[in-house]
Design a protein around this ligand. Structure first.
Ligand SMILES: NC(=O)c1ccc[n+]([C@@H]2O[C@H](COP(=O)([O-])OP(=O)(O)OC[C@H]3O[C@@H](n4cnc5c(N)ncnc54)[C@H](O)[C@@H]3O)[C@@H](O)[C@H]2O)c1
Length: 320
């Protein structure tokens, strides 16, 4: 099967590409190499894939890539992905996440793909209190400019399935962590600050809860959906491993042998969602997917990876 992977030079997309090469898929990556994209993440599979540097919003380029590669399936990861940046300026998020998704879907109307995996997020549901879970049927109620742009892309994909019969499948993963994450997100930020004995900023009191999913489990779930998922369906992808941010931060400090005194509580993110929690029974029972990486093992390995790859992480911080 030939797959076009958008955003394949990003954090999760590159893990998906590495797994896809091992599984024998013929992969073309379409990525504009934004500040968050880096071909270095694809170093180990460089010779096994095709790479097209292009913007998903540029219809001409996208059509040309489809004409040249004739993909059987599209797996659409490309997005502006950082909530804090969307609060500073929503425009790039609407442009990439909404209009970019529309362009890809429009090109699929004339290109006959067998599957289009539209990667959404658990953030499209809005937030929860201490109790409860989101089902795939829960109405979307996004809070941030980022999650609104993702909810729009999510709904566009489902509308194109219903209206034009494009075989779109929507996936909504929870919070990913693992190697190669751009160092503006919580885990690499904490590692880098703590290693340098700098203050580790934590929003409010760190009580917000996220469901932590190892990036390799997220990618394997999306392969399950690609291989066995039903067109028009939505699949939540959650690990069931809920942690407060403060617990995650303290775990990292413990692994690094650093004092909790480094923690500095800072003013909360405006509109900060309190808790996300997915009911992922559908993907588990219908597609037989299961997580492989327990959080305690995954976080230990992830912290070790950042320690071994300080140079890459520092170079990203410098170029911000
Ligand atoms: N990271 C998470 O915890 C998480 C959780 C749920 C869903 N998601 C979704 O998964 C996807 C991947 O997330 P990530 O954390 O790997 O993001 P990332 O920011 O690390 O990577 C995004 C990639 O998309 C590329 N890109 C951005 N705009 C583009 C455009 N206009 N044209 C072509 N390429 C473009 C970037 O260059 C980069 O390589 C996103 O759709 C995100 O919304 C992420």
């Amino acid at each position: 099967m030939k797959i076009l992977v958008t955003g394949g030079a990003g954090f999760i997309g590159s893990e998906f590409v590495r797994q896809g090469v091992r599984k024998g898929y013929a992969i073309t990556v379409l990525d504009k190499l934004s500040y968050a994209g880096d071909k270095e993440r694809l170093r180990e599979v460089d010779r096994d894939i095709m790479f097209s540097e292009a913007d998903i919003g540029d219809r001409r380029s996208v059509e040309e890539i489809f004409r040249q590669t004739r993909p059987d399936a599209v797996v659409h990861w490309a997005a502006e992905s950082h909530v804090d940046r969307s609060i500073q300026d929503a425009s790039p998020f609407i442009e990439a996440n909404v209009r970019g998704t529309q362009v890809l879907l429009d090109v699929c109307r004339i290109s006959q793909v067998e599957k289009f995996i539209n990667v959404s997020t658990d953030e499209v549901y809005g937030d929860l209190g201490e109790e409860g879970q989101f089902l795939e049927s829960t109405p979307l109620n996004p809070s941030s400019p980022y999650s609104v742009s993702k909810a729009s892309a999510d709904m566009l994909g489902r509308a194109y399935h219903r209206t034009y019969g494009i075989p779109v499948i929507t996936v909504r993963p929870s919070n990913n962590y693992g190697p190669w994450q751009y160092p503006e997100k919580l885990i690499p930020v904490v590692v880098m600050k703590a290693v340098n004995n700098e203050r580790v900023p934590v929003y409010a009191r760190g009580e917000n809860v996220r469901e932590w999913l190892h990036v390799s489990d997220c990618a394997s779930a999306v392969f399950g959906v690609l291989e066995k998922g039903q067109a028009g369906e939505v699949y939540n992808i959650g690990s069931g491993q809920e942690k407060k941010n403060i617990e995650v931060v303290k775990t990292i400090l413990r692994i690094l042998g650093k004092q909790e005194g480094l923690i500095e509580f800072v003013e909360d993110r405006p509109g900060h969602d309190f808790r996300y929690s997915l009911n992922s029974n559908r993907i588990r029972t219908e597609l037989g997917w299961a997580t492989r990486v327990p959080f305690e093992q995954g976080i230990e390995h992830t912290v070790g990876w950042y320690l071994e790859n300080m140079e890459w992480t520092r170079s990203k911080l410098k170029s911000r």
